[in-house]
Design a protein around this ligand. Structure first.
Ligand code: ZN
Length: 296
């Protein structure tokens, strides 16, 4: 598949060996080359020029208004931090950041550079995790940010809390030159999609693919092969893409997640289905499959 997939391809050096030193983080944050990305409730703060990324010299008000900035990495010499303004009123956050409005990354995606989309998605996912992981799940104690925000530690029991990433398998199933697409409950008529689902505890990725396709569409699979992966921090996903061969073309949808599923030839996919979302791995799995054979 084409690489990098959307939201991958970040160019920051995460500097993992330095960020464990709080003095280094402090010095980087205080340094004149530091860059600050403010966000508000999962959204970017934007101007007409795009998402705001403030130089340290003009980020004083933003930094004063927020709790701990999160260190994303180094862009050359410049340390890049993300700050969460979610506790402020939206209009106050917009004003402090010198922005004109807030906007969702996925809506901005077509206008973003590869590295910019990756950086913003990374910032969004990490800030969201901090908002939702203020307490220890074992003892309920408060947890503090550590190593520039790459984990938290419980003040009471010492437990380390790492950012939560939720793996999702997504698969293009094929049989005899056709691919299986389903329509999810609530989707518009004609809106067909590849099958996908969360990986469960105690299951390999391949097992998750086989289970999801069997549960949702009643199709048993032969070979399952990995195609590529994509960060999906909306809020905490990692999409893992597969291609699979069906052992038969009989389909029996579960009626729960899928209301309908059917086989499409390449020509049918081209003629009947609209372009997928430009930022989804699904579009890439389908595009990859379409490219394998002549147009007609
Ligand atoms: Zn604890």
């Amino acid at each position: 598949m084409r690489e990098p997939l959307p939201y991958a391809g970040g160019t920051l050096d995460r500097a993992a060996s330095y960020r464990s030193d709080p003095t280094w983080i402090e010095a980087k944050l205080a340094g004149p080359s530091a860059m600050i990305i403010p966000m508000w409730s999962d959204k970017c703060l934007v101007t007409e020029a795009g998402p705001v990324r403030l130089a340290r010299s003009v980020a004083g008000a933003v930094l004063a208004a927020t709790a701990q900035p999160v260190f994303l990495g180094l862009d050359g010499e410049a340390a890049v931090f993300a700050v969460d303004l979610s506790e402020l009123d939206e209009q106050v956050a917009i004003r402090l950041a010198g922005a004109t409005e807030t906007a969702d990354i996925r809506a901005l995606f077509p206008g973003l550079r590869t590295d910019q989309a990756a950086e913003l998605a990374y910032a969004r996912g990490l800030l969201r995790w901090h908002r939702e992981q203020r307490f220890c799940g074992a003892c309920g104690g408060g947890a503090d940010s550590r190593e520039g925000g790459h984990f938290r530690a419980c003040r009471d029991c010492g437990r380390l809390l790492f950012p939560r990433i939720e793996p999702v398998v997504i698969v293009l199933v094929e049989a005899q030159g056709r691919c299986l697409l389903g329509r999810h409950r609530g989707a518009e008529p004609g809106a067909y999609a590849t099958l996908a689902g969360f990986v469960e505890i105690g299951e390999s990725l391949e097992e998750a693919v086989r289970r999801e396709v069997s549960e949702e569409a009643g199709v048993k699979l032969g070979e399952v092969s990995y195609r590529g992966s994509q960060p999906w921090p909306f809020p905490g996903g990692l999409m893992i893409g597969f291609r699979a061969q069906a052992l038969s073309d009989e389909v029996q949808v579960d009626g729960e997640e899928l209301v309908e599923a059917r086989w499409f030839t390449r020509a049918e996919v081209r003629d009947q289905l609209g372009p997928g979302r430009p930022d989804s791995i699904e579009s890439y799995l389908i595009e990859d499959w379409l490219r394998e054979a002549p147009a007609r």
